[in-house]
Write a protein that binds this ligand. Structure first.
Ligand code: FE2
Length: 162
């Protein structure tokens, strides 16, 4: 679809982030399962549950604009997931994979924050009353990013065998 006006641009952005969240439901589960550190795995599992709710929130936004929820493939999120699969396929050391998973999670949170950070002011300008819904998700993404960043900063590199 080629967006010719800002309403269409908003709907297009919504379709992309709807696709991204759907993919991330599976990806966060994969991150939780492939992580050895219990606390970190728990953080991914929690974000997996949040992501399922975020998908539902987006469906309510589609409803608000009288549109049917539709996913538009998002190449950026596909690329992030492919990068992760490629890395896992190299059969890395468990702790190295944990550290990679932190970065993979951070990258996807940054991407989602950028997506929601653009949709919120666009909706406001268009007079679409969905700011509270989208801001709830944006806060969760920001919290998830902060949590992952703390895991990255406190990571115990002594566990990695050279
Ligand atoms: Fe999300």
């Amino acid at each position: 679809m080629c967006a010719n006006n800002l309403d269409e641009l908003f709907e297009d952005g919504l379709k992309h982030v709807y696709y991204a969240e759907q993919q991330l439901v599976d990806a966060t589960e994969e991150l939780a399962e492939s992580t050895t550190d219990d606390e970190l795995a728990e953080a991914f599992a929690e974000h997996h549950e949040e992501t399922k709710e975020q998908v539902e929130r987006l469906e309510s936004v589609f409803e608000e604009i009288d549109a049917t929820p539709e996913a538009e493939p998002d190449h950026a999120v596909d690329g992030l997931i492919e990068n992760h699969e490629d890395f896992v396929n190299q059969d890395p050391d468990d702790h190295v994979l944990d550290r990679f998973n932190i970065a993979a999670g951070q990258k996807s949170e940054h991407y989602e924050i950028a997506a929601y950070g653009n949709l919120i002011p666009l909706a406001d300008q268009l007079g679409i009353d969905v700011a509270d819904t989208l801001e709830a998700t944006l806060r969760e993404e920001q919290d998830a990013l902060d949590e992952l960043s703390a895991f990255g900063e406190e990571f115990d590199y002594g566990q990695i065998d050279e």
